[in-house]
Structures are given as C-alpha cells and as structure tokens.
Design a protein around this ligand. Structure first.
Ligand code: FAD
Length: 462
C-alpha cells in the first residue's frame, strides 16, 4: 500500500493508539486518530484521588503482554506499579483458602483431581489443540490456525490445520466436559468471570483459552503480574504523547460514507476525506446506553453484510464502583468471592480490589456482572445496592461512592455464530469497503490482545 495512504482510526483506546504506533513504525505517517471522549485510553481509565491514581478499568498485565511491552519500549516506560495480592472470602464474608489442602481436609480428593486435570489440560492444549493460542480467531471454526505465535516476543508467523480446534466454539463448560477436565474451571473462573468476561456455560472456549492460555493462567495463579504506578491509562497517555499525530479528542463523528474508493468522515460538523478507515470503536450495540455510545453500524453507511454480521455481537454488563471506607473498615487486601461467580448470584460482588498497601485513604474498587445469556438483566441500581450490601457482609462497608461506571465490556459472539464461521466472514471482509475492523471483538477484551490484533492488522494489510 502507498505509504501516503490517508488512514482514519476511530477510537483512542489501546487498539486505536497502537494501530497508530504500528502504522508509524511501518512508515505510514498520514493517519488521524479520532477519539470521542476528552481522554485517551478507553477502558484503561485511571482517575486521580488523594494524590494517586486508581483503576476504574484495566488493572494488570502478564509477562507475555508483548504488544504492551512494544508500547512501553516505544515510550521508555515500564510496569512499575504496586504488587498485586489477594485472598478469598466465602459468600458470608469469611476468609477462606480454597486451594490449601490442609484447610480443606474433606476436599483433598477433589483438589488432587483438580491438580491432575490442570496437568491434563496443559498437555491437551499443546497436542490436541495445537494452534489454540494465536491472537484473533482466524480459521478456528474451519479447523485451522493462522496468525503469529504468541510463544515469544518474536511472534513468528504460523499456520496449519487442526480439526480439533473446532471444539473451541463450544461454551467453555462443555469443552471442559468433553475433555474430562471440568474441575479446572474452579481455577480459570477467578481471572475470567470475576474479571467480567461472562459465565462458562455461555462463552465459547476460544475466548477463554486465547486470553487465559495455559501460561497466562499460571501467571495469575502465581501472581506473576504487571501493574503501573500511574495506572494503565498512563501507558496509553504516554503512547499518545509519543505519536507523531496524537488523537484528536472530543471528536464527534456524525457520519461516515464510503464511495468511489474514498472514505468521507463528518466530524464535529466538517467532512474530511480519507483513503482507508480502521474501526476500533464498538461495531454494534444492541441496546440504548446511558453513556450515549453507539455502534459503528449506526453512523456508518453500513452495508447489509456488516449489519447482518455485527448484529450478532453481544457484550457484558460489567459494573465498577470506587468506594471510600472508614480506615477501620478498609480491607486488608483484595478479595475474590467465588460463591458469587455463578449465574444465580448475578449482580453480586465478585471481587474487590485494594491497590495501595501503604495507605487507607485510597478507594477500593468493586466488580459485578449483571447479565447472563439465559437470565433477565439485573437493573443497574439494583446491582449497585447489592454490591454495597455485599461489602457490608464482607465486613468492609463503604462510607461513600466516589466513582461508578457501567462499562460496554467484552464484545463477543455466542457459540452458534462462532461455529458458523462469524470470524471467517468478518476476516474475509477486511478491507472490502476500505474499512478494517479491529478492537476487542476481533480478538479478546484485554489490553494486549487488542493491541496485538492492531499489530497483526497493520502487518497483514498495510
Ligand atoms: C473494569 C475493567 C477491568 C479490566 N481489566 C483489565 C486488565 O486487568 N488487564 C487487561 O489487559 N485488560 C483489562 N480490561 C480490558 C481492557 O481495558 C480493554 O480490553 C481494552 O481497553 C480494549 O481496548 P480497545 O481500544 O479495543 O477498546 P476501548 O478501550 O474500549 O477503547 C475504545 C475507544 O473508542 C472510543 N470510541 C467509542 N466510540 C467512538 C466513536 N463513535 N468515535 C470515536 N471514538 C469512539 C472510546 O471512547 C474509547 O476511547 C479491563 C476493562 C475494564 C472495564
């Protein structure tokens, strides 16, 4: 492609900003990033409080976050944040140690079985499911793998056939049953469901395992994790500052028209002409949202195939509260509440996070899911009340709510559409209307998977 190609990037989150970085690295300097808010970072949002920053969105990374590491290198920064630590409570607020055999004598046979199944899963992923851990979903529903190896920072291109990969379209609970490793869900659930990615009976195994590949899950278990002192938003603020063309904030895109090989974007009342457009913002939002976010199909001259395919996308209703507590009520540490990570406890507190150990004048953040495929959605205010009640049950009552956010979170498709080749069809449309689709839906809803997808998109098409 001509290096002077005029490229519009919609969205100034990790996907959009890293698309800018990788384009720039490849010699494309004629790009413009349009961000609708007055800040960059998207779901990496780290507001200030009492002289420090806390996390309303993304919190952590793992050592295999190669794309995030590319950004760190590009900007000369590093993961210098407070060490993470956590403990567990049951639904009644008692501290428990669910994986410690000595504290769970009756559960020893189950724990031993679980250990065996973890080993078995590790072996299956290396053999039967070879190719499962590439970024994105190309080929999976056809029993192929195609992409860049995530085994090392080199990210070598790899491809091959493996019909077993089709199993990844199944909900994760069915996938585990098929492979005789049901008990591993007790481990994978911590960094999956409580992190807002839905329940194992509804989410295709591909999403679970591409994000929580074996090594990543073990990094969570061993708490071998990265954080950033100034918050994850700082990574993207730094990247924005180091780009030749920082994002244009407060950009309200009214209309996008694609005709005669050009892309016309009407933004804040002016129409601008581009050659190509990369969309990292939501493609489709099935309901009206209080924050005014809409899907790409609503402001683009969306074609029938775009409308048809993108209407299959759903997302999680994931709520975050930042609360103050009295010093005597401040939690010792962060806590997981496994009892609340099941669909029948929809809307309840699943995890709460204490970021700073050296002070009690900072907020703690709480996390709850309000939606399950087969249940009625819990209304926002009901969920908020339940979470505040749960904090009392946990013996860490809140004295004040400082910030709250109902996030457009983890867009995904369900098993039937996944198995029917949703990703093959969308990948086949890349570039068709001078439009490229990136961001969370194309890979997975975490910082690195989205930034990595942008890297690969640039590698493949530009
Ligand atoms: C509570 C929470 C915890 C999380 N924890 C982690 C974690 O620990 N580790 C991790 O790796 N990830 C975590 N994530 C996920 C991670 O933040 C996201 O996956 C990542 O930010 C996705 O990047 P993105 O650029 O694809 O989308 P986003 O971050 O959503 O960015 C999209 C951008 O597009 C903008 N936009 C939307 N519509 C338009 C429009 N019409 N015009 C212009 N701009 C538009 C948005 O304002 C936004 O800035 C967490 C997220 C949340 C909310």
């Amino acid at each position: 492609m001509d290096k002077n190609t005029r490229i519009c990037i919609v969205g100034g989150g990790p996907a959009g900003l890293s698309a800018g970085m990788y384009l720039e690295k490849k010699g494309y300097e004629n790009y413009t990033i349009l961000e609708r808010l007055d800040r960059v970072g998207g779901k990496c949002w780290s507001p200030h409080y009492n002289g420090r920053r806390y996390e309303m969105g993304a919190i952590m990374g793992v050592p295999s976050y190669y794309a995030v590491h590319d950004v760190e290198e590009f900007c000369g920064i590093t993961h210098d944040g407070p060490k993470l630590n956590r403990n567990y409570k049951d639904g009644n607020g008692n501290v428990i140690e669910p994986f410690e055999p000595k504290k769970n004598i009756l559960k020893i046979p189950r724990l031993l079985k679980m250990k065996k199944q973890v080993k078995k899963l590790g072996e299956l992923l290396e053999t039967k499911y070879k190719g499962y851990d590439l970024n994105g979903h190309r080929g999976v529903s056809e029993g192929r793998y195609e992409g860049f190896s995530q085994a090392s920072a080199k990210r070598e291109p790899v491809s091959g056939t493996n019909p077993n990969l089709k199993d990844l379209a199944m909900p994760f609970s069915e996938f585990c049953k098929l492979n005789g490793v049901e008990l591993i869900q007790d481990i994978w659930i911590g960094p999956f469901t409580s992190f807002g990615y839905g329940y194992f009976d509804e989410i295709p195994a591909a999403y679970v395992l591409k994000y929580l590949d074996f090594q990543t899950c073990m990094n969570f278990v061993k708490i071998n994790l990265w954080t950033w002192k100034e918050g994850t938003q700082y990574i993207w603020e730094q990247l924005n500052d180091h780009l030749k063309h920082p994002a244009r904030l407060n950009s309200h895109i009214e209309k996008v028209e694609r005709r005669d090989g050009k892309v016309y974007v009407t933004v804040n009342g002016e129409t601008e002409e581009y050659d190509k457009i990369i969309v990292t913002a939501p493609l489709y939002i099935p309901n009206k949202r209080a924050d005014g976010q809409i899907g790409m199909v609503d402001y683009f001259d969306a074609r029938e195939d775009e409308k048809e395919l993108f209407s299959k996308i759903d997302y999680e209703r994931y709520d975050v509260l930042a609360v103050e507590t009295k010093p005597e009520d401040h939690p010792e540490i962060s806590y997981y509440v496994f009892d609340n990570m099941v669909p029948k406890k929809l809307g309840r507190l699943m995890v709460y996070y204490r970021r700073w150990k050296d002070t009690k004048d900072q907020v703690i953040t709480t996390y709850a899911l309000r939606k399950h495929k087969n249940s009625a959605e819990v209304p926002y205010e009901t969920c908020k009340k339940m979470v505040l009640d749960d904090l009392k049950t946990m013996h860490n009552p809140a004295s004040n709510v400082v910030n709250e956010w109902s996030v457009y979170y983890f867009p995904h498709v369900f098993s039937e559409d996944y198995a029917n080749g949703w990703y093959e069809k969308v990948e086949g449309m890349q570039g068709k209307y001078d439009t490229y689709y990136a961001g969370e839906i194309m890979s997975f809803g975490d910082m690195d998977e989205t930034a990595e997808y942008s890297r690969e998109l640039v590698e493949r098409f530009f």
